[in-house]
Design a protein around this ligand. Structure first.
Ligand SMILES: O=C(O)[C@@H](O)C(=O)COP(=O)(O)O
Ligand SMILES: [Zn+2]
Length: 210
């Protein structure tokens, strides 16, 4: 896919997330890896109304070289995309249920959402490290997210929201949606002692789809 097509896809998927309530106002940001740099949603932009031509362009060293000023979360996205060379995109949301889990979980926890359904394991994996609270845009978050993302497709920022990677932009968006629905299920079933997938069932899924 050429850059123009990726810009169009980014705007279309941002709008889709926004229209279905995964993002409200100007919350959230998305980045996509290119052969010679990155695309990133502009700071203070609404995911529902992205103009493909104004999406921020960064070079391979993460310098802003075109489009509107990039998201203040460059450090967050750089942390994941440098930790995971196979990742092609990163989606950060303030989606309600995942963020609620991020307000309940303790920083350092690695599985704040239990393995309730196969698709969560297939899309997000076995672990979802909880990163301690940092002010949005704080460069200090980069090292902790980078270390955690080496072993996890997604991380959960305490009192802030999820950061999800995928091989492609479509994969990252699908994983972010699945994470949100799994968080919703987990909260719905909180205290109800639901049956979880067994470790052997999780292993089987990871071997087949991980
Ligand atoms: O929570 C925040 O402030 C940011 O993480 C965010 O979601 C939106 O920031 P920008 O991408 O800079 O608009
Ligand atoms: Zn945010």
């Amino acid at each position: 896919m050429d850059e123009a097509a990726i810009r169009e896809e980014l705007a279309a998927l941002g709008a889709s997330l926004f229209q279905r309530g995964y993002s409200v106002g100007t919350a959230g940001n998305i980045s996509v890896r290119l052969p010679d740099g990155y695309l990133m949603t502009p700071t203070n932009s609404c995911l529902g109304r992205l103009d493909p031509a104004r999406i921020s362009r960064l070079d391979a060293a993460w310098n802003h070289i075109g489009g509107d000023r990039p998201s203040k979360e460059v450090f967050m996205h750089r942390a994941v995309l440098t930790a995971r060379p196979d990742a092609g995109a990163v989606v950060h949301l303030h989606s309600t249920y995942a963020t609620a889990i991020g307000c309940l979980a303790e920083p350092g926890e690695t599985a704040p959402i239990p393995p309730l359904t196969p698709y969560f394991v297939m899309r997000v994996g076995r672990t979802l490290p909880v990163i301690r609270y940092y002010r949005p845009g704080d460069a200090a978050m980069e090292a902790e997210i980078h270390a955690a993302a080496k072993g996890a497709k997604a991380v959960l920022l305490a009192n802030h929201g999820p950061v999800v990677s995928g091989a492609t932009l479509a994969d990252a968006v699908a994983a972010a949606e699945e994470l949100e629905e799994s968080a919703r299920l987990a909260l719905l079933l909180r205290g109800a002692n639901p049956r979880l997938l067994t470790p052997a069932q999780v292993e089987e899924l990871l071997a087949a789809f991980g």
